[in-house]
Design a binder for this molecule. Structure first.
Ligand code: HEC
Length: 512
């Protein structure tokens, strides 16, 4: 700027209002890099595509936020409402769903393109911001997957929970922090929602703000050079806009044709449900199949973190490693990229082949798909109708006199909380009184009628979960760990007779 005042060129355009009133030119100046032309200039439009897709995630996410309620009671109903009732709701949700996968891909291409041009040398901040962004986009995808609370979401959450719980040392802490307690509960969904819709977007915006407003990665140049760069930059902005526009149209059409998945609510999932994660996580999911128990968790977390961390610190690797290697950054970067590429592409392909080559898996997946299609084509059922036919029992110790007047709230407001339901007696399931041995051994934790206790899981509807048939429950009582059930629930193998176990399991499986 100061140089401009000194120059006496008459052709100098007078300061535009953009320069006078906005910081746009400063931002442009932080973004200008060495000009390139032809194919390279077009390759660089991944930047514009990433910005467009990111903005689209924010906009569609906010729109979904107008309807979505993050509670285990309402989440699925509100997402169905978006899908079935809200005009263009299905399309907006599709854009958000597919957009997250396209964004992951665009960011990877962006990084590959920057690596190819050795951008990490000149622009370490821009490079690191992109790597961090990729990590955050993965985190957003993983937490977002739970939010619709259908079978897919529920089992996705189970997988995440399992990975967190299996981590060495921090496993239990990580698991209970993630779940908000000892098991998946209403708190879990609230927590995933807070991460997905508040914390991760806030960090993304912070990273972007730092990238645009805090760091400058270019030396000051002469006024003539500055004008040449600006001219190039303006052409480059047009190229970016074209690329982003084309990708947007493609995504919009794709989302119009192909729906974001939504199945029946989580609690109606039949036993044997096969969880499948979103496309960007398929490779990780496949890898978990090969790894035994705890190693799986460790590798599932450590490997992606190491790759991302290695890429993020690439700009700083030159000095410390110069003695050991000729081109440390180029070699390590290339190794990380090829490792990630090989891992992701091959495992993703294997995951698809695996699913389609096993007839049992294929049949189950087709059944799940058919269920989702049937659910999609069925009319929307409001929450009140859904809950009044399957009322849950009052939590222990709430002696609310108003709890006996049916599905209406005390003041008759139209949104009854499912907890304010029919009295415990009236809503009792078809099973009779609990067996004595249940009262003696189990009710302290699971409640006299399976309704649960603070911090302890309820057993209502437990039979609709996978691996919870009568036989399974007997097996679970003998060896809880084999069924993924952890302390404080302990083995009852030799505390109960076989007859008691069976009677108890039959009663528990009948709890609705
Ligand atoms: C000390 C408290 C405690 C006692 C006593 C107890 N449980 Fe549990 N139970 C738990 C906890 C906690 C879990 C969840 C553990 C997990 O998910 O890792 C659980 C899980 C279960 C599950 C699986 C629930 C699901 O959602 O899949 C069943 C079934 C079950 N218990 C049945 C029983 C029966 C039957 C008895 C009596 C013989 C009993 N429990 C006694 C604490 C207890």
């Amino acid at each position: 700027m100061s140089e401009r005042a000194d120059s006496t060129q008459p052709a100098q355009p007078k300061e535009s209002w953009v320069a006078r009133w906005t910081t746009l030119e400063d931002i442009e100046r932080t973004l200008i890099d060495k000009p390139s032309s032809g194919l390279e200039a077009w390759a660089r439009t991944t930047a514009g595509v990433v910005v467009m897709l990111l903005a689209l995630q924010f906009v569609t996410g906010l729109l979904l936020g107008f309807y979505y309620v993050p509670s285990t009671e309402s989440a699925h109903t509100t997402v169905s409402y978006i899908e079935k009732v809200v005009p263009a709701g299905s399309w907006i949700r599709s854009l958000h769903h597919h957009g997250s996968q396209w964004l992951t891909l665009a960011l990877v291409l962006h990084l590959a393109q920057m690596f190819w041009r050795a951008t990490y040398r000149r622009r370490p901040v821009g490079w690191m911001a992109s790597v961090i962004l990729l990590g955050l986009i993965f985190a957003a995808g993983a937490t977002g997957y739970s939010l619709p609370w259908d079978a897919r979401a529920f089992f996705g959450t189970r997988v995440t929970e399992g990975i967190a719980g299996g981590l060495p040392l921090v496993g239990n802490a990580a698991r209970s922090w993630l779940l908000g307690g000892s098991q998946i509960s209403p708190l879990t969904l609230a927590r995933f929602f807070a991460l997905h819709a508040l914390i991760i977007p806030a960090i993304i915006l912070t990273v972007l703000a730092a990238r645009l407003f805090v760091f400058r990665e270019r030396a000051l140049v002469s006024a003539a050079e500055e004008r040449r760069l600006e001219k190039w930059m303006h052409r480059q902005v047009v190229r970016n806009a074209i690329a982003a526009g084309v990708v947007f149209i493609a995504l919009a059409l794709y989302s119009w044709k192909s729906f974001a998945p939504l199945g029946p609510p989580a609690d109606t999932a039949a036993p044997g449900y096969l969880p499948r994660p979103g496309g960007q996580f398929l490779w990780l999911f496949q890898m978990l199949k090969y790894l035994p128990g705890r190693a799986a968790s460790l590798i599932a977390v450590a490997l992606p973190s190491l790759i991302l961390f290695g890429l993020a610190i690439l700009p700083f690797l030159k000095k410390p490693l110069n003695r050991v290697m000729v081109h440390p950054r180029r070699n390590i970067g290339a190794a990380l990229f090829s490792l990630a590429f090989l891992l992701v592409i091959s495992l993703t392909i294997i995951a698809y082949v695996d699913d389609s080559s096993n007839p049992l898996t294929r049949a189950q997946l087709r059944r799940q798909e058919a269920e989702e299609t049937a659910f999609r084509n069925s009319p929307f059922i409001p929450l009140r109708a859904r809950t009044s036919e399957s009322v849950s029992i009052e939590p222990q110790g709430t002696n609310n006199p108003n709890s006996n007047d049916g599905a209406k709230t005390p003041d008759g407001s139209p949104s009854p909380s499912p907890q304010v339901g029919v009295s415990p007696i009236a809503s009792t399931n078809n099973t009779g009184a609990p067996p004595e041995s249940y009262i003696k051994h189990c009710s302290a934790c699971h409640g006299t009628r399976g309704q649960g206790a603070p911090m302890m899981p309820k057993l209502l509807g437990v039979a609709s979960k996978p691996r919870r048939t009568v036989e399974d429950i007997i097996g679970l009582l003998n060896d809880p760990l084999a069924y993924g059930i952890e302390p404080p629930m302990k083995s009852y193998a030799d505390k109960l007779t076989e007859a008691e176990k069976r009677e108890m399991a039959e009663w528990v499986a009948g709890l609705k």
